[in-house]
Design a protein around this ligand. Structure first.
Ligand SMILES: [Zn+2]
Length: 332
């Protein structure tokens, strides 16, 4: 698969009637593509993937999920945001190789970090050699695998939220106000929940929802330990909402997990978005049991016009630079 083929699969959702928009930009200025299924009013959840370069199988999974939900008109009384590929610059290097990079110095720098090899199939970072899922401000730099020098994986960045992709996802989350988030990664067939210093009430809430997701997928539920700076961690720590990392694909598979494994992965995850939305709706109703912080967030929510006008504004801003998704896709 090439990078253009991957983007083409996301863009093709438009032909089936889904509306695509930008959740933000990558360091190299690529659009971070997103869609929304269901109603803009009521409880919202957000699902993101492709934050690690070699894990684009998660983007393909989300395309299938969004298509199924939209074509079968399955989402009511709330909505689901899909952010398909948070790290497009990294995915391009994995799929098309280092020669996809137009800058000679960057090419040399990345190749050096890659041990001199031109095989970038195992690459995880963004174009700045930052591991985006360690760059969020949630006990940043406190993870057991963190490194503090540019690298193809595990480099936390020179300071938290230094990366444009991370800033984009944070801004998009704050604007769309999801009550639950799912981060798709590969691999391992497990679901991670919880974060250090989370209140016991919220741990219990997140464990309960996680157990439902575990039962649905057959993936065991594991409490997160010694891992910090991820999007899930930030959602739990800053927003106090339930957030999960779902690692798809069996450990016996090699990175990057190929399209041929999508049917099995899709089968196990097909109903995850709907179940997650239903669980988010349920806990929103029992908000009396939650912290004042979350109660205020929930009471203050005004998803409808906020999110819709925000997306319209984002798209207007882009009109001057692109004449639509198709030209973006052909041009880059
Ligand atoms: Zn990952």
């Amino acid at each position: 698969m090439t990078y253009q083929e991957l983007i083409g699969k996301i863009v093709a959702l438009q032909d089936e009637g889904l509306e695509l928009f930008n959740a933000g930009k990558s360091v190299l200025g690529k659009n971070i593509l997103a869609t929304h299924v269901g109603d803009y009013s009521g409880t919202q959840i957000l699902i993101q993937g492709g934050i690690h370069a070699r894990e684009y199988i998660t983007s393909l999974l989300m395309v299938e999920q969004a298509r199924n939900l939209f074509l079968n008109n399955l989402v009511h009384g709330g909505g689901i945001y899909f952010v398909f590929l948070v790290n497009p610059d990294g995915a391009e290097i994995v799929l098309d190789g280092i020669n996809a990079v137009n800058c000679e110095i960057t090419k040399q720098y990345l190749t050096l970090a890659n041990g001199g090899s031109e095989n970038f199939s195992q690459y995880k970072a963004n174009i700045n050699l930052v591991d985006l899922n360690t760059n969020f401000n949630a006990d940043w730099g406190g993870g057991s695998q963190n490194v503090f020098c540019p690298a193809t994986e595990d480099f936390v960045g020179f300071y938290p939220e230094s990366e444009r992709e991370v800033q984009s996802l944070i801004n998009f989350t704050l604007k769309t106000k999801p009550l639950l988030t799912i981060s798709y990664h590969s691999k391992g067939n497990v679901i991670y929940y919880g974060f250090e210093n989370q209140s016991p009430e919220n741990v219990a809430r997140d464990q309960s929802i996680g157990e439902s997701l575990s039962e649905l997928t057959g993936y065991p539920l594991i409490f997160t330990e010694n891992s910090t700076g991820g999007y899930k961690d930030w959602c739990i720590n800053s927003l106090k909402i339930p957030a999960y990392t779902i690692e798809v694909g069996d450990n016996s598979l090699a990175h990057p997990i190929g399209e041929e494994n999508l049917p099995e992965i899709y089968m196990r995850n097909k109903d995850v978005p709907l179940l997650a939305l239903e669980k988010a709706k349920e806990y929103a109703q029992s908000i009396d049991f939650l912290s004042p912080n979350v109660q205020n967030k929930v009471k203050g929510q005004n998803y409808g016009t906020n999110a819709k006008s925000y997306i319209a504004r984002l798209n207007r801003k882009l009109e001057g630079r692109n004449s639509g998704w198709r030209s973006y896709c052909k041009g880059q």
